[in-house]
Write a protein that binds this ligand. Structure first.
Ligand code: GTP
Ligand code: MG
Length: 195
């Protein structure tokens, strides 16, 4: 993918603020702190477009990034972050759920999981949800710099089994730290678009 332009269009909390131009959208979903915002920066070769933090719960709105004026990458708040109040969690949950369940422009959902850990119950629910609604999906295993290459294959197997992934769904390892896996992930995204 040749990135000619990338910019943020809006940080939205509700449907009234979603972009109106009906371009296809690819959403990034996953646990808080898994690396969704970092992956967007890495894919776009931008250091600070999407805001990143060591503390989970950084992204609290739905952020729409327009690429080449052709499609959007959509950064969502993460789930499963325990250290916020119930009300706040419910509010992010609602923001996310409204987007995912009503957005007709949504074409693909990229599910990010930490390569080091077995997927959580929330991850399993998310994967099942994506399949139920028939979206094209890619599972991205983040922070691949944290384990060795031989370990990666083992973790892939654990992730595939835990999520009960369709054999045809792709799993791609990515490291935003080392800038690895970017071409593979773009390739997988493009394959889904043309499928
Ligand atoms: P929320 O917005 O809270 O849902 O988190 P997020 O999924 O957007 O995660 P974010 O991109 O903010 O990254 C969380 C932390 O993980 C930051 O400290 C990042 O620097 C770190 N991180 C992200 N990607 C990588 C990676 O590939 N390797 C390593 N080692 N750290 C990473
Ligand atoms: Mg984020």
């Amino acid at each position: 993918m040749k990135i000619k332009t990338s910019e943020i269009v809006i940080s939205a909390v509700g449907p009234k603020q979603y972009p109106e131009d009906l371009l296809p959208e690819i959403a990034m979903v996953g646990r808080s702190n898994v690396g969704k915002s970092s992956t967007i920066n890495t894919l776009l070769n931008r250091r600070k477009l999407a805001r990143v933090s060591q503390n989970p719960g950084k992204t609290r709105t739905i952020n729409f990034y327009i690429i080449n004026k052709e499609f959007y990458l959509v950064d969502l708040p993460g789930y499963g972050y325990a250290k916020v109040s119930k009300t706040e969690r419910a509010s992010w949950g609602k923001i996310m759920e409204t987007y995912l369940s009503t957005r007709t422009n949504l074409q693909e959902v990229v599910l990010l999981v930490d390569i080091r850990h077995e997927p959580t119950e929330d991850d399993k629910l998310m994967y099942d949800w994506i399949k139920h609604y028939g979206y094209g999906t890619i599972v991205v295993a983040t922070k691949s710099d944290k384990i060795s290459r031989s370990q990666q294959q083992k973790q892939f197997k654990i992730i595939r089994e835990a999520l009960q992934m369709n054999p045809e769904d792709k799993i791609v390892a990515i490291s935003s730290l080392k800038k690895e896996g970017i071409d593979k992930l773009w390739g997988a995204i493009e394959d889904l678009f043309t499928a």
